[in-house]
Design a protein around this ligand. Structure first.
Ligand code: ATP
Length: 259
């Protein structure tokens, strides 16, 4: 299922009654199975774009399509993972993962089986009975990812999902995202302002820069796939090639920020 963004623009009302253009003329076609990272400086409009794809906000101009369906609001074809986990503290991990299925009337036996399957996919096999308040930050984000995966969405939308984690947990979780991507073949759109994270994860890196935000760079990357082939080790991050790619991206972001 391709995701097509066509001439998208977003304007927000400013306090003085005028409007501020946050995004302008965003055109993007994302093919099934891509892991597209949206990268840019703080405030460039990354979350605004992801929220528009999720159907949480309406674009001022342009259109978003998932295959032949126009996005007009949230839908189960798009699973969302945010920076803060928003899990229900009174439910255990399995119940949190199965919560959306419960709302859709899926039987208890089926939703428990599917929740356990999703938990296993994120490395939490056998942890379904754990209270979420007993889990570490990284494990809570794994539960959030399982909750997004359990409905088997076509597209996974992730907004800085690792942003609140400590550095080591974040690196482990990057490998988990690559592992889940490889095993499920899902299309993933992943927002970050981390250059290393973008280069490590993305099969394609899209830089948003300028005011209003526009696409300043859109290019394929194979560093993550190569890291996967090497067992998803972080070693690739210390290669000269990675350092050169990082500096180039930094240049694009800062050139855009100065506009
Ligand atoms: N609902 C809103 N109303 C008015 N302005 C908004 C609204 N949502 C976002 N903005 C503004 O739009 C701009 C882009 O915000 P957005 O959160 O998309 O940026 P971002 O690139 O995701 O930043 P960060 O990395 O800091 O999360 C910011 O200047 C923000 O203040």
């Amino acid at each position: 299922m391709a995701l097509t963004i066509f001439k998208l623009g977003v304007r927000f009302p400013a306090p003085d009654g005028s409007e501020t253009a946050v995004l302008d003329d965003i055109n993007l076609t994302i093919e099934p199975g891509e892991l597209v990272v949206l990268l840019g400086a703080s405030g460039c409009g990354k979350s605004t774009l992801l929220n528009a794809i999720a159907g949480f906000n309406q674009p001022s101009t342009g259109e978003i399509w998932v295959d032949r369906r126009r996005v007009e609001g949230p839908g189960i074809d798009r699973g969302v993972v945010l920076q803060t986990d928003a899990l229900y503290p009174w439910l255990n991990a399995r119940e949190n993962v199965g919560f959306g299925l419960r709302l859709r009337g899926v039987s208890k036996a089926e939703r428990e089986a599917r929740a356990d399957e999703a938990l296993a996919l994120v490395g939490l096999e056998g942890k379904g009975d754990h209270a979420v308040w007993q889990l570490s930050g990284g494990m809570r984000q794994r539960v959030s990812l399982a909750r997004a995966l359990v409905a088997d969405p076509e597209i996974l939308l992730m907004d800085e999902p690792l942003g609140a984690l400590d550095a080591l947990t974040r690196e482990n979780m990057q490998d988990l995202v690559l592992d889940v991507w490889q095993r499920t073949g899902k299309t993933i759109v992943f927002v970050t302002h981390g250059l290393d994270e973008a280069l490590y994860l993305g099969s394609r890196v899209v830089v948003i820069a300028g005011r209003p935000g526009r696409i300043a760079l859109d290019e394929r990357s194979d560093l993550g796939r190569r890291a996967l082939a090497e067992g998803a080790s972080g070693r690739i991050k210390s290669t000269p090639e990675f350092a050169a790619a990082r500096e180039r991206l930094r240049g694009v972001i800062f050139a855009g920020a100065e506009q």
